[in-house]
Design a binder for this molecule. Structure first.
Ligand SMILES: Nc1ncnc2c1ncn2[C@@H]1O[C@H](COP(=O)(O)OP(=O)(O)O)[C@@H](O)[C@H]1O
Ligand SMILES: [Mg+2]
Length: 246
């Protein structure tokens, strides 16, 4: 019986992934980072990337999000429409994948000028109904959900209607988390989401990550704080294993 049970494909699969940087301002100096990365991440797993600073943890997440080009190999993400190799995806495919499938909490918030914190957080939910007849109701529901996230992440109500440009590092980081986790996506990439948070907010983020894992998200995370990594990991991978020997 088990022999015929179809295996669910991993939410994320890296095969033969290589990465090197070419430093054009240094006589095209070649900086090797990864040689042959193989990694599967299934729904409901939270894989924590370990390894010293500079080993390539952030680079790995940026390749999955297609912010960085992959030098060789395949990175397959399961979208609702089927598997997509992000190393070959068109810009349009990447937009769709980022909207519906991959959540990415980067280390820093990319501030959108003049947009209030509330709408920065609500936008990923609100945009699903843009142009639709029920858009006004949808926007209000998205804002209501954004208020819940802002409250949970302890952003004082007096800040909700201000653009986050002047917020503190920790406040911006929490806006970034709320914006990128509010829409429940099946793949979550987290790059040091708790780096500038106090203990209470760190605990909240740990709870949010566990809730995402419990609903079946596949997560890959980098955590500066070993205790946070230990609290959320279902598996740990040391990226040192994948380093180029050159
Ligand atoms: N855009 C880039 N151009 C050139 N080198 C880079 C770039 N981004 C990262 N690197 C280099 O790749 C290596 C891995 O960096 P990174 O992924 O940020 O490490 P980690 O997140 O593990 O601290 C470092 O040597 C870093 O200097
Ligand atoms: Mg990093």
């Amino acid at each position: 019986m088990t022999a015929t049970t179809p295996q669910t494909p991993p939410m994320l699969r890296l095969e033969g992934v290589c990465k090197h940087f070419t430093l054009h301002h240094q006589n095209a100096l070649d900086l090797p980072v990864f040689e042959d990365v193989a990694l599967d991440v299934h729904a409901g797993e939270c894989v924590v990337l370990d390894g010293a600073s500079g080993l390539g943890k952030s680079t790995l997440l940026k390749m999955v999000y297609a912010n960085y080009r992959t030098s060789a190999g395949r990175i397959t993400v399961q979208s609702a429409a089927g598997p997509v190799d992000v190393t070959q995806a068109s810009p349009r495919e990447m937009v769709r994948l980022r909207r519906d499938t991959i959540g990415y909490v980067s280390q820093f918030l990319r501030v959108i000028p003049r947009v209030s914190a509330l709408d920065v957080v609500a936008e990923p939910l609100a945009e699903d109904a843009e142009g639709a007849e029920n858009a006004p109701e949808h926007l209000e529901a998205a804002r209501e959900e954004a208020r819940r996230w802002l409250t949970r992440l302890r952003i004082p109500e007096r800040l909700w209607h201000l653009p986050p440009a002047t917020f503190s590092g920790g406040e911006q980081q929490r806006i970034n988390i709320a914006r990128n986790m509010i829409k429940p996506k099946p793949l979550l990439l987290l790059d040091e989401p708790t780096a500038s948070l106090d203990a209470a907010n760190t605990d909240t983020v740990i709870a949010l990550i566990r809730e995402a894992t419990a609903r079946g998200a596949a997560t890959v995370g980098i955590f500066h704080d070993a205790e946070v990594g230990a609290a959320v990991a279902t598996r740990r991978v040391n990226v040192g294993e994948f380093r180029s020997k050159a």
